[in-house]
Design a protein around this ligand. Structure first.
Ligand code: SF4
Ligand code: SF4
Length: 129
């Protein structure tokens, strides 16, 4: 089994979770983090650290979250390891209130910085549902 980063992390990327992981299983993309399922040992330490409850054990994923299992596995192979927390994206608090963010997931590219690209910064924040 593994733990999985789900939709709530998109465009928030607070990174509180990263420093808790004893095996450095997190990988960082432009506006989302994932967990490498081949490294996660299911210690659960990261779960309580996430302020938006984005980290879910594989066997507790809802139907709506299930696609993130494969997404974490795939993106973990493409993105670099992240081992230290850094400041969240500038508008993370606004995006934390948004429920449906799947369309905003940037699945390509890499980023070690907390600063979003200009295109990302200019994207409107959807109405909270
Ligand atoms: S703490 Fe939660 S929102 Fe922040 S990077 Fe980790 S999973 Fe994403
Ligand atoms: S459950 Fe444990 S091993 Fe897995 S990602 Fe979270 S902190 Fe790391």
């Amino acid at each position: 089994m593994t733990h999985v980063v789900t939709e709530a992390c998109i465009r928030c990327k607070y990174t509180h979770c990263v420093s808790m992981c004893p095996v450095d299983a997190f990988r960082e993309g432009p506006n989302f983090l994932v967990i490498d399922p081949e490294e996660c040992i299911d210690c659960t330490l990261c779960v309580a650290e996430c302020p938006v409850n984005a980290i879910v054990p594989e066997d507790e994923l809802t139907d709506g979250q299930r696609e993130y299992l494969a997404l974490n596995a795939t993106l973990a192979k493409a993105w670099p390891r992240i081992v230290e927390a850094h400041p969240a994206l500038p508008d993370a608090d606004e995006w934390a209130k948004v429920g449906e963010k799947r369309e905003w997931l940037e699945a390509s590219g890499t980023s070690h910085t907390s600063v979003a690209s200009p295109a990302i910064r200019q994207a409107p924040i959807p109405t909270v549902r």
